[in-house]
Each structure stands twice: as C-alpha cells, then as structure tokens.
Design a protein around this ligand. Structure first.
Ligand code: 0WD
Ligand code: CA
Length: 380
C-alpha cells in the first residue's frame, strides 16, 4: 500500500514548525521493556453486547453461553458438520470499531465523564485483540501490524488495518487450513450450552457470525482503557463470581508428543493465550488437544494467572512484564504523536518484525474509520 500520497504527509519527515524532541519511531527491543511490572488495574466489566446469526448488534447478553465440562478424553470429532452445518462469517467485511461504538452510544450514561473536554472518560477505545497484538509484539517474528488511530473529543480510538501480508494469507488459505479454522468453533459447540442447565447440541449449526462480547474498563500505567473482547462462555454455576471472573476462554491445539513440541507450545501458543485472557481478566482457559484428524484426545484447563510460572522452565522465554511495558510505552508514544483532535485524521502506526514502530499521517483518506453517525452524536 502507498502511504504517503497527495494530502497525506509522511510523518518521518519533520515539518518546519514541529517540536524537535518529538519521537518519530519506537524500538521494540525486549531489553528496553524488562523492568518492574506496570500498574494494571483489575479489569471491570461495564457492559456487554451480542452479535446474532446475521451479525446484528444487540445491547444484551443473548449470545452468552454456559460451559459444560467434557470428559477428560472426550469423543469429539471436530470435522463433523464442516460441509453441511457451517455458516461462516464473511471475513472480507471490515467492521472496524463499529460494534464498540454502537455499544458506547447505547450506554452513554455508563461511560459519560464530567470532564467536558473528554466526554467518554477514557484515553483509549479499542478491541482486546488489538491490545493482544501489542502485548506480543516484542516476541513476534512472523507478522507485523498496522494500527489506525484517530482522536475524537479527547479519546484515542485504535482500529486495526489489515496488512498486505495478512490479506494475501487470507486469499491463499488452503482447503485444509479453512477446515482447521472451523475446528475451534466446533469445540465450542461441544462444550457450550445456550442455557445454564442446558446440554451442548453437537448436531446443530456452527455459525461464526454469533458472538458475545464483554466491555471492560481498566488502567495500564497512566492510560485509562475501554475495550471489548469476544467471550466464549461462562461458568454454568450461577453462584460463580461476577464477570469477568466467571468467563472461560476455549482453545484447541495440536496434541503434544515431543519435548520440542512442548517447548514451542510454551513459547508461542501460551504467550498468545496468556495475553488474550489476562487483558480482560478471564481467569480460565480450557484447551482441547486434537490429533491431525480433528479428534480431541485430551482436555486441559490452564489458569491464566499460573501460565507465567508454567513457562519459566523454558530457556530464554517470554516475560509478561516485557509485554505490558511495551504496550504501555506504545500507548504513551501514541499519545505524544496524535495531536490533532479530528476524526478525519488518521495516524497510521506500522510495525514489521525486526523493525521499529513508525507512523504516517492521513487526512480524509481510505483509513478514516470513525463513522459519521458516531462523530455526530459525540460532538453534539
Ligand atoms: O475486523 C477486524 N480486523 C477485527 C475484528 C479483528 C479482530 C476482531 N474483530 C472483531 C469481531 O467483531 C469479533 O467479533 O472483534 C471481535 C472479537 O474481538 P476480540 O476478542 O478483540 O478478538 P480476538 O481476541 O483476536 O479473538 C477472540 C475470538 C477468537 O477466538 P480465538 O480463540 O480464536 O482467539 O474472536 C473470534 C475468534 O473466535 N475472532 C473473530 N471473530 C470475527 N471476526 C475475529 C474476526 N476478525 N477475530 C477473532
Ligand atoms: Ca476461543
């Protein structure tokens, strides 16, 4: 993609009246972030929403499901229904932050602050998945990212832009890969019921349009955050602690045979699993280990809080503190960089493995992502 055409300014070139001390790039070297763990306040659920089988937004918990513990060695065939009972979400449709923005408008009373210069009362609004990518950046060697940021009424909105690399991968997925993407959703169907006392319906349709999303508020160092993340299910026991402590993340992964496979699982997979669940305060991850034929051979539960202990046996492994300090420093970098409070201006932050974080500025471009219906309501 061409990032600096027409009225779009290449930010790496300092403008004449620009502050000379303003940082133009940011390093991702791990050793720079290996310091005390930053303050990360216990995330509080301030709301939730559902997306139905047609991807329609509902300001309620109708899509929340209940966990039904499977046997240790269940007879789950994850390939079942792929051909005849699968409705796949169209992932070429980019929804950006729209569902979160809809939630904010529907719940203005919950997020409104007394500060007239910052009516939403937080510094950042984004998806949990975007923050997960930031947390894992110091350890990522494969995939870069593009994050678009706009400031509106004092709040910074962060929305991902698909990289060319990711777009190509999406277009060139093999039939095998397409099917394996279904396996995770099929595992959810085997382990979730629609009602607290209900049973999973493994004969039903898997529809990946459906989602239940929690909206949480927290603070990382000096950054007040509001973000949303998809939640697979909750404990069926209605006496369980209140959300997000009752939520459960479901995963599938290839079964582990060799020490090398175990080491890779600790180094790469557990990093992503930990980051994703730690952010919203989801305490439990249930993993189905499957063979190459999609048969689940083992189910294991991981406590999010114990994952960092579990991986310490690994030589030169990832550290939660590096992840959190990098994220905190990146958010500081964004705050120093994004000066213009205008929804039509996008600061596009870009990172590729083995490189620094850089940015470009775009006015009235294809990158603008805050919809008029949101801007109109927020600036009323
Ligand atoms: O348009 C985009 N670029 C994105 C949209 C990227 C990431 C997310 N989304 C939206 C979707 O509306 C989705 O409903 O975010 C929602 C999920 O947000 P999240 O919780 O912040 O995302 P993440 O933590 O990356 O993924 C959580 C789950 C995944 O579970 P696993 O166990 O595989 O991590 O959400 C699903 C998936 O089941 N998921 C998605 N669902 C729809 N669209 C997407 C996606 N793009 N990415 C992950
Ligand atoms: Ca999941």
């Amino acid at each position: 993609r061409e990032h600096d055409r027409g009225n779009e300014i290449n930010a790496r070139r300092a403008r004449p009246n620009e502050c000379v001390s303003s940082l133009q790039t940011m390093s991702v070297l791990r050793q720079l972030y290996d310091r005390d763990f930053p303050v990360y306040k216990q995330p509080v659920e301030i709301g939730y929403f559902s997306l139905d089988s047609k991807r329609k937004f509902w300001n309620d918990a109708r899509q929340l499901r209940y966990y039904v513990e499977p046997e240790k060695c269940p007879n789950f065939n994850l390939r079942d229904g792929y051909r005849d009972r699968f409705v796949k979400r169209d992932d070429s449709i980019k929804e950006k932050l729209d569902h979160i923005l809809r939630w904010i408008l529907a719940n203005r009373h919950k997020v409104q602050s007394k500060n007239v210069t910052c009516p939403v009362g937080v510094d950042f609004v984004t998806w949990r998945g975007h923050l997960t990518k930031l947390l894992t950046t110091p350890y990522e060697t494969q995939e870069g990212w593009l994050l678009a940021v706009s400031k509106l009424a004092g709040t910074l909105y962060i929305s991902e832009v698909e990289t060319e690399y990711a777009c190509r991968n999406r277009d060139n997925r093999t039939e095998r890969h397409e099917e394996m993407m279904y396996w995770g959703y099929k595992f959810e169907q085997y382990t979730c019921a629609d009602e607290a006392q209900g049973c999973p319906d493994s004969g039903g349709v898997v529809n990946t349009n459906e989602a239940f999303c929690t909206v949480v508020q927290t603070r990382l160092a000096e950054h007040k955050l509001l973000f949303s993340g998809e939640v697979d299910c909750r404990e069926a026991d209605l006496q369980a602690p209140q959300a997000p402590a009752c939520y459960i993340e479901l995963k599938t992964s290839a079964e582990i045979h060799t020490p090398k496979q175990r080491s890779n699982f600790h180094r790469y997979k557990l990093l992503k699993w930990w980051a994703q669940s730690f952010l919203p305060g989801v305490p439990k991850i249930v993993a189905g280990f499957r063979d190459n034929d999609g048969q689940v051979v083992d189910v294991e539960t991981f406590k999010t809080s114990q994952i960092s202990q579990l991986i310490k046996t690994e030589y030169n492994c990832w550290k939660p503190t590096v992840c959190m300090n990098f994220c905190s420093d990146f958010l500081s970098f964004v705050r120093e960089t994004v000066r213009e409070d205008d929804p039509r201006t996008v600061y596009l932050f870009s990172w590729d493995p083995h490189k620094d974080v850089t940015f470009t500025i775009h006015r009235d471009s294809e990158y603008s992502f805050l919809p008029d219906w949101f801007v109109k309501e927020m600036t009323r």
